[in-house]
Design a protein around this ligand. Structure first.
Ligand SMILES: [Zn+2]
Ligand SMILES: [Zn+2]
Length: 277
């Protein structure tokens, strides 16, 4: 099969590699129909992640169709469409039983190396270095999913790949950030950073009942997307974020700074025109 492989800093190649096989009775093999590039993949691309080896297949945001199922896997059958979470979880250990799947104690065979670095090893991850298990990732034509009776989420008919793919990582990541805020009706929530996870966090805040979201970034395209989601945007290169948030949430001025007032008028105008479009 074809797969995207790491060969060193800034050296990614589309290689031909062996097709994955069932290695454990709970595995499944999926034919990948969509995958995404994560911001975290850029750390690997930039050579910032230790224990990468030449030829490692990247990708941890993947979905597809089940083409083979291990003999003990009762959860999936050939033909199911699934989104695969980036963490690999056994479903049975201390952490998995409590729902803390990213702390799974059984899926990182190199946990001792990870413990030296972080004190405790996280779960094994797809396509994210040998420190995190050395699992082949899903930027490939096929993916072996270990413990595939735990993680994969079956996709209901009628939903497209694009509608569900981000369940693999960035949507739950952004949602969790919003959930941590314990949002109450009427709350204003500030979201720092409007990259893909920030965009998901903005939408999750509204889903969870926030009345207003203040989205903070400086990249114009990100700010436009944030306004399209209904957020009010603040540009951290153009205004003092602390003072602006104080003004917007307490009606208090920022010490009579005319620039800040002028910027506020512009921000409100652009929110009104884009946010209600
Ligand atoms: Zn990711
Ligand atoms: Zn576990």
């Amino acid at each position: 099969m074809k797969a995207l492989c790491w060969h060193g800093k800034h050296d990614m190649r589309c290689d031909t590699v062996p097709d994955p096989k069932i290695e454990h009775p709970r595995d499944a093999i999926i034919k990948v129909t969509a995958c995404a590039i994560c911001g975290s993949d850029l750390h690997i691309y930039d050579g910032m992640i230790p224990s990468m080896e030449r030829g490692d297949v990247l990708g941890h945001e993947t979905m597809g169709e089940v083409v083979e199922v291990g003999s003990e896997n009762k959860a999936l059958k050939v033909g199911d469409r699934v989104v695969v979470p980036f963490t690999i979880a056994c479903g049975e250990c201390f952490f998995c039983k409590r729902g803390f799947y990213s702390g799974c104690e059984r899926t990182n065979p190199n946990h001792k190396r990870a413990e030296k670095l972080w004190g405790h090893s996280p779960a094994g991850l797809f396509g994210y270095s040998h420190l995190l298990g050395g699992y082949a990732g899903g930027q490939a034509e096929y993916l072996r999913v270990p413990f595939a009776d735990v993680g994969p989420v079956k996709v209901p008919d009628g939903l497209t790949d694009e509608q569900v793919l981000f369940l693999s990582d960035i949507f739950p990541t952004g949602y969790m950030g919003a959930e941590f805020c314990n949002i109450q009706p009427g709350d204003t929530i500030a979201v720092w950073g409007c990259g893909p996870v920030g965009q998901m966090a903005i939408r999750s805040c509204f889903l969870l009942g926030a009345e207003r979201v203040l989205a903070i970034d400086t990249v114009p395209e990100r700010l436009i997307l944030a306004r399209q989601a209904g957020a009010q945007t603040l540009d951290f290169l153009e205004e003092d974020i602390y003072d602006r948030i104080q003004e917007l949430t307490h009606g208090r001025g920022a010490g009579g700074c005319i620039d800040a007032v002028g910027t506020e008028a512009e921000a409100s105008a652009s929110f009104d025109s884009d946010g209600t479009a």
